[in-house]
Design a protein around this ligand. Sequence first.
Ligand SMILES: Nc1ncnc2c1ncn2[C@@H]1O[C@H](COP(=O)(O)OP(=O)(O)OP(=O)(O)O)[C@@H](O)[C@H]1O
Length: 250
Amino acid sequence: MKTLLEVTGLAKDFDGTQVLKGVHLTVYEGEMVAIMGRSGSGKSTLLYGISGMDKPTSGSVSLFDREITSLDDDQMSELRLRHMGFVFQHAYLLHKLSVMDNIVLPGFKAGALSRDDVNQRGKALMEKTGISSVAAHDPGKVSGGQLQRAAICRALINDPDILFADEPTGALNSRATQEIMDIFNRINREGTTVVLVTHDAKVAARADRIIFLVDGLIQDELALGKHEADEQAQAAREKKIFEWLEHQGF
Ligand SMILES: Nc1ncnc2c1ncn2[C@@H]1O[C@H](COP(=O)(O)OP(=O)(O)OP(=O)(O)O)[C@@H](O)[C@H]1O
């Protein structure tokens, strides 16, 4: 497997407190990795550090062999726009624009495709995620699940190599959670690498591998293999995770 992201000795201090203490992590192309751990263990800090959203105190992060921690702000923005997608717990869509306009905006900004091609891609993504019917709606007038689908479409508009997600289902009910995770699994099968933070074992059960963070260090990891759309297999994965989490004292 080809390495996509190589994280070496990643440390992050806030006000003299070491939150990340030298994390080593390799993410391979095509993987889906879930980061779990107790509240305050540093999951979001790790996600922001490995995605270049935040500068680490020390350590290195390379994406396709390109060291990203030393890039200046403009270079980092460019890299994020073209190669990375981000999904957060809340969709943060702009309310003066329609759902569709929110989705295509980063595509226009990147400028790699014509406006027509970006619009086509936006429409195809909405079709794929089942939100075509709300394309012209104001983001304030659609459901939480539809908003999160729109946020995923926006994150995918520039066909990123890697998608980072911080508690992407944290604000959703269990049905919308499963639907969003179906979308994540589909995107991943189609080739996008995914790294997500979650508290939810059912969400983590969709990943190929789970890493468990304790006080800013990876304590353990669990390899699950590719997710299959089979209820029994999903239940077996969840059971395995619950037992593993218990073993971690979670
Ligand atoms: N910008 C910041 N300034 C100061 N301290 C911060 C900052 N961001 C995070 N921290 C601290 O770093 C620690 C880890 O935070 P982080 O958000 O990474 O944890 P987490 O594991 O994602 O937690 P949760 O599950 O509650 O979201 C916490 O003690 C938090 O208060």
